[in-house]
Design a protein around this ligand. Structure first.
Ligand code: FA5
Length: 374
C-alpha cells in the first residue's frame, strides 16, 4: 500500500478492485456538481481548466497520482475507469460550451442542478399521541378556570413520594404503591424511587409558593403492577391542587363537576363516594354515569353494559380536601388555609372517552391505532 490510490482505497475500506467504482463515482459526482455552476463563458473557462488543464487539472492529477503509481494488477482497471471519466468530462464540457454559446447556458444549468420533473419525497406527517391530546384537553379546561400547569421529577425521594404526604414508613397504604427503587452506590444520602403518583408535586409546589395555590400537574408515574387491560407499570396522571384561605368542599365539587362536564359533555352525571387517602380528609372516589349506556346499566343490545358491568357508574379518580397534617410538612398554617386535591388516571380516562378497551395499545406504537386519532 504505497500509492495514493491504494491509500484512498484503504480509506474506503473495500477491496482494491471493488473500490474503484465508488472512488470514480465520487469524482464524477463532484464534476457534475461543478458543471452546473458554469453558466457563462468566464465560468466555463475556469471550469474547463480546473478539470482538463494539462498540468493541474483534475484528470491530469488523477493520471499522476492514481494511474501511474497503481499496482500492476490494478493499472488496467484504473486506466479504463479514467478513460470513461475523461469521455464523460469532455462531452459535458463541450455540451456546456454549446449551451452557453446558444444562450441557453443558465437555463440548462438550472435544469441540471434541480430536476423539477422528479416527484417530491413524501414524508408521512405524524400526529400527537392520543394521551398527549387528552393531557392538552384537560390542561385547557383547568387553565381556563385559573389553574397553572407545573411539572415535577419522575425520580423521587421517599420523603416527597410518601412521608410528606402523611404516609410514614410501614404505613400499609405503601403496599398499594409498590414501586421501583434505583440502585445507588453504598452510602448514598437517600434511596431514590420512580414516583408512584403525581402527588409529590403537591409538596414541591407548596414548599415554593405561599397560598393561594392553584396548579395541575401532568406526568408519568410508575408502579410494580402486572400489566393487563386496565393496568400498566408506567401510566399517566394529572394531579390537581387548590389551596387558599377559604376553600370549601363546595368549591371542590363545583370544580370537579365543571371539569367532568366539559370533558365528557353536559349530560353526564357525577357522584362522590367516601374513600381513603392518607393525604386527604375527607377523601372521595369520584364516579361518572357510564357514558356507554347513559347510566342505565343496560347496553343498546338489551344485555348488561359491559363497561360499567351494569352499575351505571364508572369510577374515575381519587380526591379530597387536603389533610391538615400535610400543611405541617410545608410550613403552611393549617388553622388558616384549606384546599382540595385530586389525582386523575389519564390512561383510563382516555379509554373511557374514546371507547378503548385495552390500556396496552397506548404503549405499543401500532400506527393502525395511532392513525385513528389524528
Ligand atoms: C393516587 O394515585 C392518588 N395520588 C390520587 C389522589 C391525589 C388522591 C390527590 C387524593 C388527592 P390511586 O392509586 O387511586 O390514587 O390512582 C389514581 C388513578 O390512577 C386511578 O384512579 C387510576 O385511574 C390510575 N391508576 C392506578 N394504577 C394504575 C395502573 N397500574 N395502570 C393504569 N392506571 C392506574
Amino acid at each position: 500500500m504505497n500509492s495514493t490510490i491504494d491509500k484512498k482505497l484503504a480509506e474506503l475500506g473495500v477491496s482494491e478492485a471493488a473500490g474503484l467504482a465508488p472512488l470514480f463515482a465520487e469524482v464524477r459526482a463532484r464534476f457534475d456538481a461543478d458543471a452546473a455552476v458554469a453558466t457563462d463563458e468566464f465560468a466555463w473557462k475556469a471550469f474547463r481548466d480546473a478539470w482538463l488543464g494539462r498540468k493541474n487539472g483534475v484528470l491530469a492529477r488523477i493520471t499522476d497520482n492514481w494511474l501511474k503509481p497503481a499496482a500492476p494488477e490494478l493499472k488496467r482497471a484504473v486506466g479504463a475507469a479514467l478513460n470513461e471519466l475523461r469521455a464523460h468530462v469532455e462531452a459535458r464540457i463541450e455540451g456546456r460550451r454549446l449551451a452557453i454559446e446558444s444562450g441557453a447556458g443558465s437555463a440548462t444549468a438550472a435544469r441540471d442542478a434541480v430536476d423539477l420533473s422528479l416527484p417530491g419525497v413524501t414524508r408521512p406527517i405524524g400526529s400527537r399521541h392520543l394521551l398527549r391530546q387528552v393531557f392538552q384537553e384537560i390542561e385547557d379546561i383547568f387553565v381556563s378556570i385559573g389553574f397553572s400547569v407545573v411539572e415535577g421529577p419522575e425520580i423521587e425521594t421517599p420523603y416527597y413520594n410518601f412521608e410528606a404526604l402523611n404516609i410514614p414508613e410501614h404505613h400499609p397504604v405503601r403496599d398499594d404503591m409498590d414501586t421501583f427503587y434505583l440502585e445507588l452506590p453504598n452510602g448514598a444520602a437517600t434511596p431514590l424511587l420512580l414516583r408512584t403518583h403525581t402527588s409529590p408535586v403537591q409538596i414541591r409546589t407548596m414548599e415554593k409558593h405561599e397560598p393561594p395555590v392553584r396548579v395541575i400537574v401532568p406526568g408519568k408515574v410508575y408502579r410494580r403492577d402486572n400489566p393487563d387491560a386496565t393496568h400498566s407499570f408506567a401510566f399517566h396522571q394529572i394531579e390537581g391542587l387548590a389551596v387558599d384561605t377559604d376553600i370549601t368542599f363546595c368549591d371542590f365539587t363545583g370544580t370537579i363537576d365543571y371539569f367532568v362536564k366539559q370533558f365528557f359533555g353536559a349530560s353526564v352525571k357525577t357522584r362522590f363516594r367516601p374513600s381513603y387517602f392518607p393525604f386527604t380528609e375527607p377523601s372521595v372516589e369520584f364516579d361518572v354515569s357510564c357514558p356507554f349506556c347513559g347510566g342505565s346499566g343496560t347496553a343498546a343490545s338489551g344485555g348488561t353494559c359491559s363497561k360499567c358491568k351494569g352499575a351505571g357508574w364508572i369510577e374515575l379518580f381519587g380526591a379530597g380536601m387536603v389533610d391538615p397534617a400535610v400543611y405541617g410538612f410545608v410550613n403552611y398554617d393549617a388553622t388558616k388555609v384549606s384546599g382540595f386535591a385530586f389525582g386523575i388516571g389519564i390512561d383510563r380516562l382516555a379509554m373511557l372517552k374514546y371507547g378503548i378497551d385495552d390500556i396496552q395499545v397506548f404503549f405499543q406504537n401500532d400506527v393502525r391505532f395511532l392513525r385513528q386519532f389524528p
